[in-house]
Write a protein of this length. Structure first.
Length: 174
């Protein structure tokens, strides 16, 4: 893999800026502006928050758990995060390759377990089952020879293998 040092540095700079510096600066700025421009102007709020330190402590005690809950909802319950992951997955060939390899391994392990069980029980293979096993073998050999990180061969192959395995499963249920 070719290293792209300027782009790696730019990425790391953006991570450091957005996750740490800008986050802390924005929090301090928000607390400062809201206290000195809003809280100090209303005597009722000054009674609740007599000093800036009290204001910060109340926001830390209430804000951190509240925002943690909002983050939890974002990741676990929000369709926004699902869409974000989908976009990342389709635009990042390394993540796509990892997912495809995992899916292939799972499907192949399941198929191999079925073969092992059949052999262990001294059952004969139907010609269609043997043909399907050989077809999947050819597909994987073809995939490993043709695929790159930048083409869509992984996706095409996983769909063909899934179709073949589901055909075998349907025949076995009958």
């Amino acid at each position: 893999m070719k290293k792209r040092t300027p782009f790696r540095a730019w990425f790391l700079f953006r991570q450091g800026w957005s996750l740490y510096f800008a986050f802390i600066l924005a929090a301090v700025n928000t607390l400062t502006v809201t206290y000195f421009l809003a809280v100090e102007q209303y005597p009722v709020l000054v009674d609740i928050f007599p000093t800036f330190g009290h204001y910060v402590i109340v926001w830390v005690v209430i804000g951190i758990p509240l925002l943690t809950f909002v983050g939890f909802v974002h990741y676990k319950r929000s369709p926004a995060y699902t869409s974000e992951v989908g976009l990342t997955w389709t635009s990042n060939p390394y993540q796509a390759r990892s997912l495809i390899n995992g899916e292939l391994s799972l499907k192949l392990n399941l198929a191999l377990l079925k073969i092992i069980v059949k052999l262990f029980q001294n059952e004969k293979f139907e010609p269609e089952e043997l043909d399907e096993i050989l077809r999947v073998k050819k597909e994987i050999e073809k995939l490993s020879g043709e695929r790159t990180l930048w083409n869509k061969k992984d996706f095409d192959t996983i769909h063909r293998i899934e179709e073949g395995i589901s055909k075998i499963e349907t025949k076995q249920k009958k």
